[in-house]
Design a protein around this ligand. Structure first.
Ligand code: G3H
Ligand code: 13P
Ligand code: NA
Ligand code: ZN
Length: 297
């Protein structure tokens, strides 16, 4: 639940590590991630986007959340690590209310970062108030600034870096538990060369928050492909949650694709998929400091 996850973020702030938050949409990548995290003896935060919920629920996002939630809980029982669920880039307040009521996720991200500042504050605040009204321990992540690229149903053509003073005002006004910042990363596969990472800005945001007595854990979206040394630099400045969607889902899909192509006799899904799941978690490097993105195109 949210209370336990909050403890992990406290530790992350103290010790300077980041929890990998990895997107899933179906059981195979989910199982690969759990196996990999367990081998690293690391806690794991899985996340579902709105699109992933619709996909898993055959069009019904609530059904998708329930089925993936049940699946995650059942498989997580095989492991001693902490497995948590976050709702990624949520925009639908009605669906968010259902998530809080069902009490399946440990945390929810409200993404109103595309809205003007005041509306972003109001929308994010509304979600924090939902949690308070329900007397729930679900943590709320909100975003200030905008990350370039496509993530699920949200597309941003331009990046807007987060302003440190605005970050303080945003956290004070919304009461958000976590703050996603824009410091030069981008969503998706089509990135790399033009990344202009700003650990200096992460530092300034963290410092401004601290100056106002705020110890808010920061979130780095678009972390697939961020080089190990760059990531380590970011982790020094209060980044506690490292979002990766492209990295592992892409890795799995490529692995499955290669296996099916090489084995045309694999005719029922488990034949190819089980091999892919195995290859995926045997060959993928799990540690955040080994997270070099290799698109293998
Ligand atoms: O449905 C999934 C659960 O939220 C898994 O995480 O360890 O907080 O129960 P948990
Ligand atoms: P990537 O596209 O870099 O994997 O980022 C994922 C993300 O930020 C999910 O919220
Ligand atoms: Na919960
Ligand atoms: Zn994201």
């Amino acid at each position: 639940g949210g209370e336990e996850l909050a403890t992990v973020y406290d530790e992350a702030l103290d010790e300077g590590f980041g929890l990998i938050a990895s997107n899933v949409a179906e059981p195979n990548v989910m199982m690969g991630l759990m196996e990999g995290a367990d081998r690293m003896n690391s806690d794991l935060l899985l996340q579902l986007s709105g699109g992933a919920c619709k996909f898993a629920g055959n069009g019904d996002p609530v059904a998708g959340l329930k089925s993936m939630g049940t699946y995650i809980e059942a498989i997580a029982e095989q492991y001693d690590i902490g497995v948590f669920l976050n709702m990624d880039h949520q925009t639908d307040l009605e669906f968010i209310e259902q998530q809080i009521e069902l009490d399946i996720p440990s945390s929810i991200m409200i993404d109103a970062s595309h809205e003007p500042f005041d509306e972003n504050v109001a929308t994010s605040r509304e979600v924090v108030e939902m949690v308070e009204a329900a007397d729930s321990d679900t943590l709320i992540e909100a975003e200030l600034g905008q990350i370039k690229g496509v993530e699920d149903e949200i597309e941003a053509e331009e990046a807007f870096y987060t302003d440190p003073e605005q970050a303080v005002e945003f956290v004070e006004k919304t009461g958000a538990d976590l703050l996603a910042i824009s410091v030069g990363t981008q969503h998706g596969v089509a990135k790399g060369k033009d990344l202009e990472l700003r650990p200096d800005l992460a530092h300034d945001i963290r410092q401004a928050l601290k100056d106002h007595g705020l110890d808010t854990p920061l979130v780095l979206h678009g972390s697939s492909g961020v080089q190990p040394d760059q990531l380590q630099e970011m982790l020094k400045h209060g980044i506690c949650k490292v979002n990766k969607d492209t990295r592992y889902q892409y890795e799995y899909t490529r692995t499955a694709y290669d296996l099916y192509r090489e084995n045309p006799d694999a005719i029922v899904p488990p034949e190819g998929v089980e091999d892919a799941r195995d290859t995926f978690f045997n060959e993928t490097e799990w540690s955040p400091d080994k997270s070099v993105f290799d698109p293998r195109v």
